[in-house]
Design a protein around this ligand. Structure first.
Ligand SMILES: [Ca+2]
Ligand SMILES: [Ca+2]
Length: 495
């Protein structure tokens, strides 16, 4: 299968993972996810560092023989929204080729909810495609946003560039939550929208190919990339005044702040989702934007604190100058980011940086901790743990670097493009590739391959741990994998 047919869009969501440590005693390990429970957003936690202390995840399974497979859910034909798990349910973005409801036919973006315990399908919300077509809403890409779940609400970005706030119980609670109460479909298998914020109407966004953002929140505010970008000419920017990043109030569903530092310098599109972390004692939102710069904002006020150019000054778009599709990761007052390009652009030179985000202003020089240039273009998000950075690239190499110095400890050739990102859990790294292979590696300074397992079709997503179960998605199926040998597979979700 060729990427040119796919036009990529998986970005933000598709990529991210984390790392772990192994070699270090557990007391020294800095871990984002305590490993005890849910995985309620892209990256697991607002710092987007896909590292977990979860024990007992499987290191071997067989999807054909159903070994260590707890359940399998059937999705659409392409699925770029990574799974999230919260409150006993699993949510995923996909397309409508699975056609669970004949009353909602044709190409649509779809969010599905499944029961965590057995994979039973609970409800879905489908979104018709935008009339503008591929320029704003590429065919058959579905929803590429990973929802953010808090309590009984989930937030995601539809293929129509709307931030949707929905009820986790859908209409199964026999209640239509509002203000949005005009849903046409209100059966138990239908989702219940609470409110929506249309980024095209409200802030003039012109999403290039697909709005894909995976929301992140701090307090009352939800942070979003607008995906504003070029039109089909790849020269013209129809909405140069539209913001790159916006903050929306959960309580009111209204815009609180916005920033458009990029103006008319967008190289292509904007698909990297924002990250939240406390850096130097300040709550920051960090966002990689369409001009190839990454910027930090004071989270509550939206005041811009710093900006950093991820390209050498002599780089030339699109040959050597890159955009940023990966998600930034915040780790110990630093920001880690790799740049790259739309998979449709193929392979090329890449750059990875560690940035001191306690600095202010243009920190391209003053905030540079290290620059690693032995990487190819990447759309994957690093996992950082125990002083090690695990960063895949789109040419198929996984790089293990020293988090403080950028020194390379080892690389591993996956022999296939990587769209997704690594998860590190309990000292082991999980990472999938376009050939559908998932590797399990020791997450340490010494390279050690523990297992390589094929998932039957391309893995564009990132492995997710929740409540002792490992979730891995291929193009059209979600697998819940357990470490308890011989757990009988259930097929309930595939009906
Ligand atoms: Ca409801
Ligand atoms: Ca409603």
């Amino acid at each position: 299968m060729h990427m040119s047919k796919l036009k990529l869009l998986s970005f933000g969501g598709a990529l991210a993972l984390a790392a772990t440590v192994c070699a270090a005693p557990s007391g020294l390990v800095s871990t984002s996810d305590p490993g005890k429970g849910d995985w309620p957003m892209w990256g697991g936690t607002p710092d987007r560092n896909m590292v977990s202390n979860m024990k007992g995840l499987p290191t071997t399974w067989d999807v054909a023989k159903k070994t260590n497979v707890k359940w399998v859910a059937t999705l659409g034909s392409q699925s770029y929204g990574n799974p999230v798990v919260a409150g006993g349910q699993v949510y995923i973005g996909t397309n409508n080729e699975g056609l669970r409801d004949p009353k909602q036919p044709g190409d649509r973006g779809v969010i599905m909810a499944f029961r965590e315990s057995d994979g039973e399908f609970l409800w879905q919300i489908t979104h018709e495609k935008l009339a503008a077509g591929r320029v704003n809403d590429w065919p058959f890409q579905g929803i590429a946003s990973s929802p953010l779940v808090e309590g009984d609400r989930l937030y995601y970005v539809s293929n129509r560039a709307e931030l949707i706030c929905a009820d986790t119980q859908g209409f199964r609670d026999n209640e239509n939550d509002g203000p949005v109460k005009d849903e046409k479909l209100t059966a138990k298998v239908d989702g219940d929208i609470v409110w929506k914020f249309d980024m095209i109407e409200e802030v003039g966004a012109h999403p290039h190919n697909l709005a894909n953002c995976s929301p992140v929140a701090l307090g009352d505010l939800i942070y979003l990339s607008t995906s504003n970008g070029h039109d089909e000419s790849h020269v013209n920017i129809p909405s140069p005044k539209a913001p790159s990043i916006i903050a929306i109030s959960k309580k009111t569903g209204k815009l609180v702040w916005e920033d458009n530092s990029v103006e008319d310098r967008i190289l292509h599109g904007q698909w990297s989702p924002p990250t939240v972390g406390k850096i130097g004692g300040v709550d920051q939102v960090v966002h990689a934007q369409g001009d190839g710069w990454i910027r930090g904002y004071e989270a509550v006020s939206g005041k811009k604190l710093w900006e950093f150019d991820t390209n050498p000054k002599d780089a030339v778009w699109p040959k050597t100058r890159n955009e940023v599709i990966s998600t930034p990761v915040v780790y110990e007052d630093k920001v880690y980011i790799a740049n790259g390009q739309d998979p449709e652009h193929g392979e090329g030179v890449g750059h990875m940086y560690c940035i001191d985000a306690t600095k202010r202003g243009d920190i391209t020089k003053t905030g540079l901790v290290w620059h690693y240039d032995k990487i190819r273009r990447s759309i994957s998000t690093p996992a950082i743990v125990g002083g090690l950075v695990f960063q895949p690239d789109f040419s198929g190499f996984l790089h293990c670097l020293d988090a403080k110095t950028g020194q390379v400890y080892w690389t591993h050739d996956m022999f296939a493009a990587m769209w997704g990102s690594p998860l590190v859990a309990d000292g082991k790294l999980y990472l999938g590739d376009e050939d559908g292979d998932v590797v399990v590696m020791q997450a340490g300074k010494e390279k050690k391959l523990i297992a390589e397992i094929n998932m039957g079709s391309s893995v564009y997503s990132s492995p997710v741990p929740a409540n002792g179960v490992l979730y891995i998605m291929n193009r059209n199926q979600l697998f819940a994998l357990t470490g308890t040998a011989a757990a009988p597979a259930k097929a309930s979700a595939s009906q």
